[in-house]
Design a protein around this ligand. Structure first.
Ligand code: UDP
Length: 357
């Protein structure tokens, strides 16, 4: 059996690690296409090195393009690759432009499409990711959902079992974390190791909805600066898009900043920190897996189970009180025993399902 996997953004490299391993172990031939959506070494190469990902057979260039240009370019460059490789399945992850471009290319050739992390919804159509998710799900033949909630989302949208195969397998990010957490480590790029002996909050910000509007970004930065100054020191690996916007809008983020870090450093930071503040999708779950509470710097989350369990609180930037949210989370006792993201064997379930086992 042959699978062409399309990846291109940081979270996809991480999600693909356990799945590529499961494919290798079960004899599935995997051809990887790297779309080039993320291309800096610390947004791409570091994950291939640290996590031992298979070297991509094809490497496209698409970084820095607008959303429309990026999707169109990746799609048109994928078509001849897919024709040449003639795989049994084309596999895409998550909700990025690379995901949608891969889905469109596969379906334009009437190939079987597999979507890992299907059924997630924020119900916010202003997010490009929401468009990517909905269309990719609609184009997919096999939808692997991380949770039962994701299945309910699909059912509400009319996905039926006649036209779609829907399998709830758990979350491949949990597989990745379990595989790599013993190798979590500090790296000199993080700065002094002793800094992290104190209580600190791990913060990340990169979502288009938060960084593209100067007024919103300014309010968010003021809130983070105040938390850092008065409540708990914050440490942030700065995403390149956020760095670019801060510079462009001349906004000063006065917290501890570093470059984007590798996955092993991220796991180390997750183990060390007291609380997570993020607009990342993946990091909300990794906070939970690491038994840390989390403030989500957005109006909605796709990971509603965590909000329902009180371990994750949504912060409406400029409208809710971030100090109160953080104090509430830090003072509460949390229950991290819920196992709704699976047993850490989602990747094996993907390979077994594709092989018809
Ligand atoms: N991550 C990382 N280094 C960083 C920031 C994030 O390794 O400097 C990891 C993080 O642990 C998670 C993934 O990247 O596994 C999340 O990616 P991102 O926040 O870019 O995307 P999202 O999950 O929001 O789609």
């Amino acid at each position: 059996m042959k699978v062409v996997t399309v990846i291109g953004a940081r979270p996809q490299f991480i999600k693909s690690a356990p799945v590529s391993k499961a494919f290798l172990d079960s004899g599935i031939q995997e051809i990887t296409v790297h779309t080039g959506q993320h291309y800096d070494d610390n947004m791409s190469a570091v994950f291939f090195e640290e996590m031992g990902l298979p070297k991509p057979s094809y490497r496209l260039t698409s970084g820095g393009l607008s959303r429309a240009e990026m999707i169109e370019k990746i799609q048109s460059e994928l078509v001849p690759i897919l024709q040449k490789e003639a795989p049994d399945y084309v596999l895409v992850y998550g909700d990025t432009n690379s995901t949608l471009a891969g889905a469109r290319a596969a379906k334009s050739l009437d190939m079987s499409l597999v979507h890992v992390e299907a059924g997630l919804r924020s119900f916010n159509l202003e997010m490009p990711e929401e468009h990517n998710r909905i269309e990719t799900d609609q184009l997919s033949d096999i939808l692997f959902t991380p949770t039962e909630e994701a299945v309910r989302n699909l059912q509400k949208e009319g996905f039926d079992t006649k036209n779609y195969q829907i399998h709830t397998i758990g979350d491949v990010m949990y597989d990745a974390l379990l595989t790599f957490q013993a190798r979590a480590l500090w790296h000199e790029s993080l700065g002094r190791e002793s800094f992290f002996d104190r209580d600190f909050g791990l913060a990340t910000v990169h979502r288009f909805e938060n960084v593209s509007d100067p007024n919103k970004l300014r309010v968010l930065v003021e809130e983070l600066n105040a938390i850092h100054e008065n409540e708990i020191p914050l440490w942030m690996p700065l995403h390149p898009s956020t760095a670019k916007r801060l510079k462009e809008f001349k906004i000063d983020l006065n917290i501890h900043l570093g470059p984007p870090v590798g996955y092993l450093q991220m796991l180390w930071l997750l183990q060390k920190c007291k609380i997570v503040l993020t607009d990342s999708g993946g990091l909300q779950k990794e906070a939970y897996f690491s038994k840390k509470s989390c403030v989500t710097l957005r109006d909605q989350t796709e990971w509603v189970e965590l909000v329902d369990r009180g371990v994750n609180k949504l912060h409406h930037i400029g409208r809710s009180n971030l100090v109160h949210l953080i104090q509430e989370l830090l003072n509460a006792t949390h229950d991290f025993s819920w196992k709704g993201y699976g047993e850490g064997n989602a990747a094996e379930k993907i390979s077994a399902t594709l092989l018809g086992r």
